[in-house]
Design a protein around this ligand. Sequence first.
Ligand code: HEC
Length: 151
Amino acid sequence: MQIARLYIILLLLAGFGLSACGGEKSDDTDAAAETAATDDGLSLEAQIGPITALELAAYDAVLAAEGGAAFGAKCTACHSLEAKVIGPALAGVLDRRSPVYVMNMIMNPTGMLESHPDAQALLAEYAVPMVPLGIPEAEARAIVEYLRGEG
Ligand code: HEC
């Protein structure tokens, strides 16, 4: 019995090894390597894009109010500031994530979930992918200002 069980485990491991090596994945790896080479020096979230750089200047209360309205209309189905809902609580998110990370999570959640290990860790925890909402850059920037003020 012991030996039969061991044999089955070995077969399973061999199968896993083969599927991990086989097929389409190698193209992705090449593409990622090229991106890393051409965009040298950029953080991973900047390489995922679309936003590659964002320096936060002085806090802009008018922009933050605009962002608060957008947040209420488009994000509160899944997020609140202080409590986990379908997604994580977002108060203080800019203390743990870069502005570029937050912009790209808002504008390109699918790309971030495909390629960023920190986003993938949250997906593993929440088990629901954040959906692309077609948020334009100016609106995403206003939401960042709002979240910054709610840190
Ligand atoms: C359909 C539900 C849903 C909507 C709508 C949604 N999110 Fe998310 N969001 C999530 C989930 C779930 C996660 C965690 C990652 C995952 O599982 O995809 C997440 C993650 C995030 C993160 C990353 C947080 C971190 O700690 O890294 C940010 C920032 C974020 N969302 C901002 C927003 C903003 C701003 C909006 C509105 C424009 C929004 N989300 C709309 C579900 C949603």
